[in-house]
Design a protein around this ligand. Structure first.
Ligand code: TXA
Ligand code: MG
Length: 350
């Protein structure tokens, strides 16, 4: 399949390119597009055949529901019912932005979009190209992250091209995703509302709206028979680089010492080692390919560099990746959730 690729400036949007991409969506095609969290891979949420193409292009399991992206709250009427007061407050405060609200879906949304669930995730992205694309398409856009299933989500257009060229009708490029981890998912069909995936909006921010909001216990731990995450997608190994990833969890001093010790053993075995570090520690490793995710003073920067760093280490063909861990506060919760899942919960505690 020939993929139409167009890159545009979010501050000076070339509407002719957006219109071309919207035409692809309207005629049942699939288009990758930028959002502030990660790039999405979109199709008309109402069009069963179009949505099926997303699953095929990504190699996504059929039981993993998609998020429906809107550009105006007026669209909700046609999509969902029973919008609770908390849901309304969350939308008021955080739309457009990195949050997805799970609500009861109307018949208008086909089962393939919601993977057979009676509920659907609704998100209004902040990125202006995404909003323009949804508006021009004239339909809500169902979109997962624009990666091949299991891989780290793409945060720039080059990574979308790498994963999807030849597999989708269009790729619309824009800026790098500034948040860098996916939206926070809040299930508002249950009382109290439950966070199914930590993301761009922090738990602290959510609790400013409703202190009762809690987090699904299965999110930060290895899923087991008794502990199954409520978001179907959270049960799969995800965000994973090709090389095995180990997370070293402990205080900074212990972590640096442990990574140096492990590093030496791998180097002695002739292994190429990648290290995910931060500005504060990057000079303390004696060998290996050290990537800093940013400064601990700016956790948002660390989040925005995470997926790209994992992909970069893949490009460098490392045999093993050792990662530092980050404080589980604010956006740090989402960072540690993605890291642990990427590592398949391979954690070394020191
Ligand atoms: O930031 C984002 O949310 C990005 C951008 C493109 O908007 N999208 C994204 O979609 O991350 P995806 O498909 O990669 O992740 C959606 C997650 C999956 O874990 C899925 O299982 C869960 O949301 N999900 C979707 N609908 C759900 C529902 N009705 N109930 C529970 N979980 C749901
Ligand atoms: Mg995804």
């Amino acid at each position: 399949m020939k993929t139409e690729i167009a890159v545009i400036d979010e501050k000076n949007i070339d509407m002719s390119k957006v219109k071309k991409a919207a035409a692809i969506i309207r005629r049942g095609g699939v288009v990758a597009f930028p959002t502030e969290t990660v790039y999405g891979l979109g199709a008309n949420a109402f069009d069963e055949e179009a949505v099926k193409k997303i699953f095929i292009a990504k190699g996504r399991p059929q039981d993993n529901p998609l998020i429906v992206h809107i550009q105006s709250v007026d669209e909700l009427e046609n999509l969902v019912y029973d919008i609770s007061d908390v849901a309304k407050k969350l939308m008021n405060k955080f739309f457009p932005g990195p949050i997805t609200i799970i609500l009861n879906k109307k018949e208008s949304i086909p089962d393939v979009t919601s993977a057979g669930l009676k509920t659907i995730g609704i998100r209004m992205p902040k990125n202006k190209i995404a909003l323009a694309l949804i508006k021009e398409s004239g339909v809500p856009i169902a979109a997962p992250s624009a990666n091949i299933s299991g891989r780290p989500s793409p945060t720039d257009v080059e990574r979308c091209i790498e994963d999807l060229e030849g597999r989708v009708e269009g790729i619309l490029g824009g800026p790098c995703s500034e948040i860098g981890v996916e939206s926070t998912i809040v299930d508002c069909t249950v009382e109290p509302p439950c966070v199914l995936r930590p993301g761009g909006i922090t738990l602290e921010q959510l609790r400013e709206v409703d202190i009762d909001i809690y987090m699904d216990k299965a999110i930060m731990q290895k899923p087991s028979k008794d502990l199954k995450p409520k978001a179907p997608g959270m049960k799969y190994r995800h965000y994973a680089p090709k090389a095995p990833l180990k997370i070293i969890e402990g205080n900074v001093e212990q972590t640096v010492a442990k990574i140096n010790e492990m590093l030496q053993n791998y180097i002695d075995d002739n292994k190429k080692v990648g290290i995910l570090a931060c500005d504060e520690t990057k000079s303390r490793y004696k060998d290996g390919i050290v990537l800093s995710l940013g400064s601990l003073d700016n956790m948002q920067e660390i989040a925005s560099n995470l997926f790209e760093a994992l992909r970069h280490l893949d490009d460098l063909d490392v045999d093993i990746i050792l990662s530092e861990s980050f404080e589980e506060r604010g956006i740090g919760v989402a960072i540690m959730n993605r890291l642990r899942k990427a590592a398949g919960f391979n954690i070394v505690r020191v």
